[in-house]
Design a protein around this ligand. Structure first.
Ligand code: NFE
Ligand code: MG
Length: 564
């Protein structure tokens, strides 16, 4: 029998539009995979000719999720070009805002975007709430999901949904799929945390707004520093941040940590979540400055899956190319010289498991995402990359949480390079921020007693040319912006974004990008219900708005959507 092609489009519960196509053999093992982003915008082009002081505000519009990430990196790239070092108060404040963003983003991802790939909500109906209440103590000293009464109430809410004949946010999933492995009681525990997380995430968003004025799209960073000076000096605002921080951290340790530990135990025999990640190269940037000389996260690379050695990053070796992406220029170029010139070539006709359809033209161009590479290597970015780089560098804080998690769950180190590893890595990164983020606030309070500087002075000389970049680690991984300034305005601007790295198509050497590589070799239990594909892709936390940052303003049809 001929190989079958399966189309999943759109992948839902992500930001933006992503189509995955896989080719499976007679045993339903994925032989080939292609990732296609089907929406184009144009932010890099909009930046040309603009005042560099607006780069942060404009790039902030790349995405509705990590608005703060692009805002900050856009400002820091311009600061780097102009030779500005922001005052210590501004650095700590930026970290406090990053902490809030990560706590929000990762909790929402695990529960509301990815949780239902692990948790079969419908099976929670069969649970005994008393047993579930006892079981929660196995995974946390003082679990959040305590009390049979509370769990009974959660179950009753779910029964109410079902009785009314609609599952609301829980509709349209592959309930009952063979690769769900939680017991009814475990499903009930996760469901209760799913609901609780809706409240907790609001606190995390408010934490960002305390210093940013609002969230999303905070407004208090400028080239040179921060402007939220009154909020910084107001003990009530600092206290409010701390109170919310402690509430979110508490949920982190008593629910999120506990649930990922439970998932590791329940899914340890499930090949589709433990299969090697395909790409064994990881890159991460330094971030989270919490004191004068300490950063929580390190810069570096892990190559060929070797955790025995961390490699240094040479930024000159970062390139993007577009052999299989809808752009005219196929040259591999460093971002300072990057070109964004759209060239949409569409899809081809072909047979799929779902019938005759427009399918990806894998020999030609098939996505709006470019292919970033490091020294011609495919690199994965994200929380797992950050944990692996920190581990290989000997970062004691990272080592402690990773080793502890492996010891508690019995998960072997090689299993980190997987769907489960990505999900655990994101949780462990959140834990590090929850466990150490208070230091940032205390250091800020101390420093404000002796120093109230919040902004560095600077001039932009119209007769000089400048170039600069910033590389930070944001919720989905390493984010870089590169800027060239001439005659006082932006001459060229390029963003190489976490999801651009991970959702990358093949390159000129036919090397698959990380999403694609992560699927190849995975066996599907039932090709008509490709939960394994969705679970693995969700483990990267895709954001296609970020990845492409470039809409088809002519309103052309870019793809036929097949909603599963
Ligand atoms: Ni749109 Fe983003 C993050 C950036 S993604 S969410 O995190 O930059 O790739
Ligand atoms: Mg770009």
């Amino acid at each position: 029998m001929a190989a079958k092609r399966i189309v999943v489009d759109p992948i839902t519960r992500i930001e933006g539009h992503l189509r995955m196509e896989v080719v499976v053999d007679d045993n339903n093992v994925i032989q080939d995979a292609y990732a296609s982003s089907t929406l184009w915008r144009g932010i890099e082009l909009i930046l040309k000719g603009r005042d560099p002081r607006d780069a942060g505000l404009i790039t902030q519009r790349i995405c509705g999720v990590c608005t703060y990430s692009h805002y900050r990196v856009g400002i820091e790239a311009v600061e780097n070009a102009l030779g500005i070092t922001p005052p210590y108060n501004a650095i700590l404040t930026r970290t406090l805002m990053s902490q809030a963003l990560f706590l929000h983003d990762h909790i929402v991802h695990f529960y509301h975007l990815h949780g239902l790939d692990w948790c079969d909500i419908t099976r929670a109906l069969e649970a005994d709430p008393r047993k579930a209440s006892d079981l929660a103590f196995k995974y946390a000293d003082i679990p959040i999901a305590t009390g049979a009464d509370e769990l009974t109430a959660v179950q009753a809410r779910l029964k109410g949904f079902v009785a009314e004949g609609h599952l609301g946010p829980f509709a349209n999933a592959y309930w009952g799929h063979k690769t769900y492995h939680f017991t009814p009681e475990q499903n009930l525990i996760v469901l209760s945390h799913y609901l609780k997380a809706l409240e907790v995430q609001r606190n995390a968003a408010q934490m960002l707004a305390i210093f940013g004025g609002k969230q999303p799209h905070p407004q208090s960073l400028v080239v040179g520093g921060v402007t939220c000076v009154m909020d910084l000096l107001n003990p009530n605002r600092l206290g409010e941040y701390l109170t919310k921080f402690e509430e979110v951290s508490d949920f982190m340790n008593r629910a999120y940590y506990a649930d990922v530990k439970m998932a590791a135990e329940a899914y340890i025999g499930e090949d589709s979540v433990l299969k090697g990640s395909g790409v064994q190269n990881f890159i991460a940037a330094r971030d989270f400055q919490i004191s004068r000389n300490e950063w929580l996260f390190d810069r570096g690379m892990v190559l060929d899956g070797d955790l025995g050695r961390a490699h240094d990053v040479d930024e000159e070796k970062i390139t993007e190319e577009a052999t299989h992406a809808w752009y005219h220029d196929d040259q591999s170029r460093h971002p300072y010289n990057g070109v964004t010139d759209p060239n949409y070539t569409g899809f081809r006709d072909g047979d799929t498991l779902q019938g005759r359809a427009k399918i990806i033209d894998e020999k030609g161009k098939y996505t709006w995402v470019k292919a970033p590479r490091y020294d011609d290597r495919v690199m994965e970015v994200g929380p797992l990359a950050q944990m692996l780089v920190g581990y290989a560098r000997g970062n004691e804080k990272v080592r402690a949480v990773v080793d502890n998690f492996l010891a508690e769950t019995g998960v072997p180190v090689p299993a980190l390079f997987s769907t489960l590893g990505r999900t655990a890595g994101r949780m462990l990164q959140t834990k590090l921020i929850a466990d150490h983020g208070k230091t940032t606030l205390l250091n800020l309070v101390e420093n404000l007693k002796v120093d109230q500087e919040t902004c560095a002075p600077y001039v932009i000389d119209k007769n000089r040319e400048y170039q600069g970049r910033a590389l930070n680690d944001v919720p989905r991984g390493m984010l870089g912006h590169w800027v060239k300034i001439k005659n006082g305005v932006i001459e060229n601007y390029q963003c190489v974004v976490p999801t651009t790295w991970n959702a990358s198509p093949m390159d000129s050497a036919s090397q698959h990008g990380p999403y694609e590589a992560a699927l190849i070799g995975t066996r599907l239990a039932d090709p008509s219900q490709p939960l394994e594909i969705i679970r693995t892709i969700h483990s990267f936390d895709p954001c296609l708005a970020c990845a492409v940052h470039v809409m088809d303003y002519r309103g052309n049809e870019l793809a036929n959507y097949r909603v599963e």
